[in-house]
Design a protein around this ligand. Structure first.
Ligand SMILES: Cc1cc2nc3c(=O)[nH]c(=O)nc-3n(C[C@H](O)[C@H](O)[C@H](O)COP(=O)(O)OP(=O)(O)OC[C@H]3O[C@@H](n4cnc5c(N)ncnc54)[C@H](O)[C@@H]3O)c2cc1C
Length: 404
């Protein structure tokens, strides 16, 4: 087991996040798993507290909105004061508590990360304090986000959006939805832009909320956009269709958000391992870190194997976030972290259920719930297979047209 010490300056943030996970998330975890679609009102007060923490701190945020860059950071490509790292560390703690509740935290949406990554300073100021969801996926465009069909047509001072968006996390509760749409389908990836749409926009019509396997505390919405008018100033990034730049602007968001989702998976994995360890201790199964796994009881050997995977996922996640903070291109490491952490959390959650037998399968404990919550972390922000594809492209120097 590798014990990397948390940097001293981040310790208070990590300890506060852990306290929130223990005292707020865990006690209501099962409640909102059962009461799907009910808003976890306990989070309002917490969100206000976190806003206060973020305002008083120059260390970055406690949730997804923490990935913010100042103008000078943007020029250098770096994030000051380890914003990504502190955000990942606090997300790990909060998801040790509950992933669905973290995703339900007001003003901490993945849309907030998109805004923080690519919005102009004027836009950043305008959207400050708003909760933003992210709408990329469509019925005909999931993994292949370049094939989205939602269109944006300039008409005077507005863009008019038409299309369909599905699986929008926090789509019902957020104030804003960051919608991906194409200016011209014939121009491919380069024409895809993101637009910040007010949730109250009459052209944005909520179709339904999904019923899900896991993360039931988090709402997942499907929308239709019908002649949805969005002021020109609410487009993120440049309106130019630069075929050379292609998807680069939009993809920059993923370099920041994938380590965060990896952090969610790491937090959930640790929760499962700790619970399984408690059960093994109760059953008097010794775990010896100085002896080869094969010489130990089968349950201990299995546990050690899962813990090694956890360590690898944790270290890759910290590396990806650290690189973003230090202005180093991290697309490869962000995908590696997301792939390893997503896969590990599914395997470990099920492995821990298996180790604990019927106790792991019962609803009295949270292991059963964590095994259901885990799967989404290997699906959204790019599935396992898509991360492996991106890693292969980057390592082999192939374009998306060459390796698909
Ligand atoms: C609970 C939940 C919340 C979500 N939240 C959001 C959100 O907030 N915003 C948003 O925009 N989207 C969101 N999504 C959508 C999510 O990002 C997509 O489900 C995901 O990108 C996969 O797309 P898909 O479901 O269309 O699957 P598909 O793309 O149809 O893929 C199906 C399977 O085929 C595999 N596959 C696809 N292409 C390839 C390939 N080239 N090579 C090998 N394998 C491949 C995939 O890995 C997957 O296993 C959410 C989804 C869920 C379930």
């Amino acid at each position: 087991m590798i014990n990397l010490e948390v940097p001293k300056k981040f310790k208070p943030l990590v300890s506060q996040a852990h306290q929130v996970a223990t005292e707020v998330f865990r006690p209501i975890s099962r409640k909102y798993d059962v009461a799907e679609h009910e808003y976890p009102k306990e989070l309002d007060m917490l969100a206000a507290l976190i806003d206060g923490m973020n305002e008083g701190s120059d260390l970055g945020g406690a949730g997804a909105s923490g990935v913010r860059r100042s103008a000078s950071d943007k020029d250098s490509g770096a994030n000051r004061n380890g914003t990504n790292l502190s955000t990942v560390l606090s997300i790990i703690e909060l998801c040790w508590g509950d992933v669905g509740l973290l995703l339900s935290m007001p003003r901490q949406g993945l849309g907030n990360s998109a805004i923080a990554s690519v919005a102009s300073d004027e836009q950043l100021a305008r959207y400050e304090g708003r909760w933003a969801a992210m709408a990329i996926t469509e019925p005909e465009a999931g993994s292949d986000s370049a094939s989205i069909r939602t269109t944006a047509v300039l008409d005077g001072d507005s863009y008019v959006l038409n299309g369909e968006k599905i699986y929008v996390t926090s789509g019902e509760r957020a104030d804003l939805i960051v919608v991906w749409a194409t200016l011209d389908r014939s121009k491919g990836r380069a024409a895809i832009k993101s637009f910040v749409v007010e949730r109250s926009n009459p052209g944005l019509k909520l179709d339904r909320l999904e019923h899900k396997l896991g993360i039931r505390a988090s709402d997942t919405a499907a929308f239709r956009l019908e002649d949805c008018r969005v002021p020109k100033d609410d487009m993120l990034g440049s309106p130019d269709v630069d075929v050379k730049e292609g998807f680069a602007g939009a993809m920059q968001t993923f370099d920041n958000t994938r380590p965060l989702v990896a952090g969610m998976a790491v937090g959930l994995t640790r929760a499962c391992l700790e619970e399984a360890r408690r059960r093994l201790d109760e059953a008097h199964v010794p775990i010896d870190y100085d002896a080869p796994a094969l010489t130990q009881p089968a349950a201990a050997a299995r546990f050690l194997e899962m813990e090694a995977d956890y360590d690898a996922a944790y270290l890759l996640t910290l590396q990806a976030a650290w690189m973003a903070d230090n202005g180093k291109p991290n697309s490869l490491q962000a995908s590696m972290a997301k792939a390893k952490a997503g896969r590990t959390c599914v395997e470990v959650a099920l492995g821990c259920v298996e180790l604990c037998g019927s106790l792991g399968y019962a609803e009295n404990d949270l292991l059963e719930k964590w095994a259901r919550d885990a799967k989404i972390l290997d699906i959204f922000e790019g599935t396992q297979q898509i991360q492996l594809l991106i890693i292969a492209r980057l390592l082999l120097g192939k374009t998306s047209a060459e390796l698909r």
